[in-house]
Ligand binder design. Sequence first.
Ligand SMILES: *Cc1c(COP(=O)(O)O)cnc(C)c1O
Length: 414
Amino acid sequence: MTLPDPAQLDAADPLREFRSRFFIDDPDLIYLDGNSLGRMPLAACEILHRQAEDGWGSRLVRGWNEGWFDLPARLGAKIASLIGAEPDEVVVADSTSVNLFKLAAAALEFQSGRSQIVSDDLNFPSDLYVLQGLAQTAGRKVVMARSPDGIEPGDVEPLIGGETALLTLSHTAFKSGAIRDMAAISAAARSVGALTLWDLSHSVGAVPVDLSGSGIDLAIGCTYKYLSGGPGAPAFLYVRRDLQERLRNPIAGWFGQARPFAFELKYEPASSLRRFQTGTPPILSLAAIEPGVDLVIEGGMDRIREKSMLLTGFLADLWERDLRPLGVALNSPLDAARRGSHISFGHPDGWRVDRALIEDARVIPDFREPDNIRFGLSPLYTTFTEVDEAVRRFRELLEQRTYEKYPPARAEVT
Ligand SMILES: *Cc1c(COP(=O)(O)O)cnc(C)c1O
């Protein structure tokens, strides 16, 4: 198989200039884990310094009246433009897991006569844990669609019916990268009166999403993956505008109160989406999110998706030529249109191969049980040359079996 020259692909890439706007101190290190923790934008480093010195240092508590109080809504409005939402339908707060709890609990209360939450086994385990805990608290049941092969999603529509309070799924599966047909599944849920809640963590900044056009009720997502918001950066949540005043935040707190600084003794929710905030937002972490979001907006979701599909397509072709003959399986959909911006490879010694990639080959993927080695390709800074070189190093360590020196025991964080 003859494949295109990676240097030529890089030269023809309309997004090639964006790489220089990220902090890259070691060009020999091939970072393929931007789907777990995005690289740091240079502007984020600057903003952190500025917020620390000018904000926390000089302005001190006055900062709250100088942009801090509105920061969660202002960032939410920018993220909204990436996911087909209106500016006042997204706010940044808490973690993805906590936001899932808040929105799912609000949905269950709204649907008090219905007994089931429908999800599937490709969803992120933390999401499933939140749903299991909530189902126990609220006296409901979680019903799960099963994937036939761990790669393609199972058929969820037969599970949706009159007892379905809430349908909640990941748009792009964290392990296989398979993309769900959000509009079609949501239409099926809506037709029987179920609410829909989508986790966009592995889509936002990589795969276009049209929440308004798909008639979605609720959504959540992560800012530290393709949006490069920084480790543990706060997440976002979306509530369709006409539902905002009808849903109740189960974790009521002063930042969601109509007049927090009136210090009234009785909770009255803000009429805006601010009602889904709870306590004081982490300003330094919030400030660090904006540069990555701005870069994605500037890059443009259409160009980002186009490059993402070319990158994963190139990687899939290299796999077929160089890795498949060495016993590596493709644990992602073969069709680029059916997957997000990462590819999972399967190998019986996956964990040891992952370690050898990191320690010996200086390629950083991540590992997801039982045998998945994930290569995340971030369109704003991953190059075709890096993908080509990563596969060359991967092939070499398989041929030389250097991974066999590592013990099979897993590290704490994989
Ligand atoms: C990364 C990810 C999360 C992260 O949740 P946290 O609360 O930030 O730990 C949640 N859901 C999905 C689908 C993810 O990929």
